[in-house]
Design a binder for this molecule. Sequence first.
Ligand code: SAH
Ligand code: SF4
Length: 358
Amino acid sequence: MKATNHTLCHQEIVELLSTEGDARKTLFETAARIKREHLGNIVYFRGLIEFSNRCHKNCLYCGIRSGNKTVVRYDLTDEEIIDAARFAFDNRYGSIVLQSGEIESHAFTGRVDNLLKQIHSATNGGLRVTLSCGEQTADVYRRWYESGAQRYLLRIETSSPILYSKLHADDSKHSFRRRIQCLDDLRKAGYQVGTGVMIGLPFQTISDLADDLLFMTGVDIDMVGMGPYLEHSETPLFKYRHELLPLDTRLGLTFKMIAVLRILMKNINIAATTALQTIEQLGREKAIMVGANVIMPNITPGSYRDDYLLYDGKPCTDENPEDCKTCLEARIALTGHEIAYGEWGDSAHYSLRDQGNK
Ligand code: SAH
Ligand code: SF4
């Protein structure tokens, strides 16, 4: 295995994603070693605040799509959001993620802008803020960056335009091209840019997944959050549930995707996503063992969590931020990693590129 190569060809990636037994063990050990050498055995926390489940889009896989009329829609109040940010700051998380459905409007742009300013003033600029609010214009991205968002997560979902068109309606609101454009706009605005894909989607092949990894290296991404696709009963894709890979296979594939990505991109930030924990209690901790270095504890007030269900079976919706923290600390200690309390945990990949440009 050319484990230390920065570049692997499509066929080599397909082979790595197909490994089992000893070869898989070697893959995981190699990824773990590379992470240790480049980033240390350190895990960064990002407190996740799911501040609104209103969404104007209708992605065929997502439980909070606008077409799902069974969802109770909510917006956290500014006060609740600031309190959650303060919780992250007081507990030395270093960083938060503000995530929501996708709304493009002056009111929404202004609200996020205002929230960013309030959060920075309430925490003395002590938190790095990531936004994950979908596709917006280049002007909006710039405005939010100037107001204090330094990172942005926008998953490409799949790098295959053909597969993308099977997961989204064929209309101007769900355009693959625009998604690509947005990633470019985010980079130009100055963000640490994150993307990601779902793993185990209907119609998806191992070759598609290899292309996804090559896409991430091709756009020289700074951060990645990828996780298993999990079906939601109130979505159009639910009808393909019998054609999906078994859950444990989706889980195993996700670990391999993380490991291969770590080999390809040694110093980016890779998140161990909540969807992993949905399949297996220790799913996120296992991802940390094979190359991930970021965990996003949910700090959304417990009462709203039942209404932010992107997929069925989401864990910990009945818990509060304090519970999540205690539970995670114990689990991460088991992996032999240290939580980097009080650190921003910027993507080393971004920082090095940024220095190179100065
Ligand atoms: N609205 C924003 C952010 C919220 S959705 C956006 O779409 O970018 C965040 C992520 O949840 C999506 O990018 C998608 O990858 C993931 N997601 C949605 N439905 C899912 C499902 N059924 N299974 C797994 N992940 C899902
Ligand atoms: Fe909305 Fe994001 Fe869900 Fe698509 S994935 S329906 S944009 S919340």
